[in-house]
Design a protein around this ligand. Structure first.
Ligand code: HEC
Ligand code: HEC
Length: 344
């Protein structure tokens, strides 16, 4: 009798345990709301996970990753960090936050105005904000610059980071923990539905679609796809032909000043990452104005579209601006400002 009672009580404990586990199971399917990560929402709607999908997240490692990106080196546990590059940190060429009011805007002028208003630099590299959610890197013409190297990096965020550390930053191969730390930082900063700027109707559709028909889920997924950039396009048109240049005659000097100050001077001011010092003065203006013709490295038309290349013994180089980052019209704006600066 005593034994029977005990079995009964064990059985009821087991029963309770199974029930509560089941209850936990259902409550762990979180409802989709503004704070849901984009990746989580996409998976709930039936999309395949990203190639670099990360299940686990380590907040401590993310802080180390942030340090590596901004300061160029960090310590972690027993590892003493060494500089990734003697010449650059990642934020010399990439911002880490939003670059346009609308997440999907790829307008060069929107990006310039946003940079000036928010006092952030206007850079040749794309922002790393939301990079975790992208599916393709170094797109289009970047194979002209990096050849076969880009093929392994196009669909893999880990390889894209590694390529940039070694080649764009003229640095070294990242150690495993450094690469993982950066990945955890990007995971921490991944897009959430609030970043996507959805309308109330769109948010309603997305938040209720996960237990509806495949057709409704697909509709919700395509709403999400329309609200962020999965790949930044990149085209290299080469230096503007001499017979097309107006040397600033068609440009707006006020707009050119914005480019000069928030882009060129970010690197060249106080000769920060290069020997070439560019200031808001007649000396710098005259140097650029006097070299504007032809296709030499010192001509603005040339250097903007080709950048310069790292050479042995001199590994700092200038990254080029794609048409997606700077238009030919904006180059003329810059020339109009340089002309003014040079008192010509
Ligand atoms: C000297 C400039 C420069 C430096 C320094 C630099 N990058 Fe880049 N990076 C670029 C350019 C240019 C691209 C080309 C694609 C783009 O950003 O539009 C790029 C691309 C990338 C991409 C792919 C982005 C995309 O959407 O195609 C990642 C990721 C990246 N860099 C990470 C890093 C990290 C991490 C560091 C620091 C270790 C770093 N970069 C340092 C210039 C630079
Ligand atoms: C990401 C940093 C960066 C930005 C932004 C940048 N530059 Fe450069 N630039 C460099 C580096 C590095 C060099 C290579 C010079 C060296 O060897 O130190 C260079 C080289 C040059 C040269 C060639 C110098 C020579 O002697 O051949 C010119 C001209 C130039 N930049 C103008 C500009 C102008 C104009 C802008 C703005 C549209 C600009 N740069 C934006 C980093 C930058």
């Amino acid at each position: 009798m005593k034994l029977n009672l005990c079995i009964l009580c064990l059985a009821s404990i087991a029963f309770y345990w199974v029930i509560s586990a089941a209850a936990d199971g259902t409550s762990s399917i979180k409802p989709i709301d503004k704070n849901t990560s984009l990746e989580e929402a996409r998976i709930a709607l039936g999309a395949a996970p990203l190639i670099h999908h990360m299940d686990a997240f380590d907040a401590e490692l993310a802080v180390v990753g942030e340090q590596l990106i901004i300061q160029g080196k960090a310590n972690y546990k027993e590892f003493k960090g060494k500089r990734i590059s003697s010449y650059f940190v990642c934020t010399d060429c990439h911002n880490l936050g939003l670059e346009t009011l609308e997440l999907t805007s790829v307008s060069q002028q929107d990006r310039l105005d946003y940079a000036v208003q928010n006092k952030i630099p206007f850079l040749p590299g794309s922002t790393l904000f939301g990079v975790y959610n992208r599916t393709s890197f170094y797109n289009d013409d970047y194979d002209k610059k990096y050849g076969n190297l880009v093929f392994g990096a196009r669909d893999s965020l880990r390889n894209a980071i590694q390529l940039c550390a070694e080649y764009c930053a003229s640095g070294r191969t990242l150690l495993d923990w450094e690469l993982e730390a950066m990945m955890h930082y990007f995971k921490r900063e991944e897009l959430t539905l609030k970043d996507l700027q959805l309308t109330t109707d769109e948010m309603d559709l997305v938040s209720t679609a996960s237990n509806k028909t495949a057709k409704i889920k697909d509709a919700a997924l395509s709403v999400l796809n329309d609200h962020y950039v999965t790949a930044y396009r990149a085209h290299f048109p080469g230096a503007m032909n001499e017979n097309k240049r107006t040397y600033g005659a068609t440009g707006n000097a006020l707009n050119g000043k914005k480019i000069y100050e928030s882009s060129c001077m970010f690197c060249h001011g106080n000769a920060r990452v290069t020997y070439l010092n560019l200031e808001n003065d007649v000396l710098s203006g005259s140097f650029l104005w006097n070299n504007k013709e032809g296709y030499g490295d010192k001509s603005i038309y040339q250097v903007i579209r080709w950048g310069t290349y790292p050479i042995a013994g001199r590994k700092q180089y200038m990254p080029l601006y794609t048409t997606e980052k700077l238009t030919d019209g904006q180059i003329e704006d810059l020339l109009a400002y340089i002309k003014q600066l040079a008192n010509k």
